[in-house]
Design a protein around this ligand. Structure first.
Ligand code: HEC
Length: 189
């Protein structure tokens, strides 16, 4: 091997090494900055809080509807818990806290008004029928941000069929659709 060949080889080796090291450094750079825990933004905190609020409300509303149906609804002429809760939801909405809609997922609702209406409600019912247990979308109206979410309603009791003769084996027969304001200065807060 001539001296110039040796010289070339040495520099070729060094050059390759530097290139590899450089590429590794550049490659690692974004990974390093990604690994750094990003501080949770106010928006993300607000979203998490709204999701938690929806889960809490959902548990309370559904537990109460089932309890009332179980203990107070005896005949199909009695005031249905779902109907009573629609009155409660209207009151809560009027106070500016949040909105809740009782939705049908069977295509044969007792009340036409409970059919899914806008894109969110239609997408939500599709997702819940496909097995999702929580469906959400964010929306914006008049410059205000909202979290909309829906949770499934199962045939919780045999008694449900007393009035809903179309309820058979379908797992999800309805949903509660929520809409919560995301800005903390909204409404009654
Ligand atoms: C006493 C009769 C009665 C019983 C029992 C009853 N419901 Fe209903 N349900 C109604 C009526 C009436 C409506 C329509 C209320 C309205 O929109 O004002 C309704 C509405 C609904 C809706 C909205 C879709 C629709 O059909 O309009 C769902 C979902 C629902 N009920 C689920 C249930 C479940 C689950 C149970 C059992 C825990 C149950 N219901 C028990 C009478 C009943």
């Amino acid at each position: 091997m001539s001296a110039s060949q040796k010289y070339f080889r040495r520099w070729f080796a060094w050059g390759t090494l530097m290139l590899v090291a450089g590429a590794a450094f550049l490659g690692a750079w974004p990974a390093l900055s990604e690994a750094e825990p990003a501080p949770t933004s106010e928006e993300n905190r607000e979203l998490d809080r709204a999701r938690r609020e929806i889960r809490l409300l959902d548990d309370i509303y559904k537990t109460a509807i089932v309890l009332i149906t179980k203990h107070y609804v005896k005949e199909d002429s009695d005031l249905a818990a779902g109907e009573a809760f629609k009155a409660l939801f209207a009151g809560v909405k009027e106070k500016g806290w949040h909105e809740v809609r009782l939705l049908d997922a069977t295509g044969e609702s007792l009340n036409e008004a409970n059919k899914p209406q806008d894109d969110f409600e239609k997408n939500a019912i599709k997702a819940l029928l496909a097995g999702k247990t929580f469906y959400e979308e964010q929306s914006q109206e008049n410059g205000k941000r909202y979290l909309r979410a829906a949770t499934p309603i199962p045939i919780a009791l045999e008694k449900c069929k007393m009035c809903h003769s179309n309820y058979r084996e379908q797992k999800v027969i309805g949903a509660l659709g929520y809409k919560l304001p995301l800005e903390s200065n909204n409404a009654a807060r």
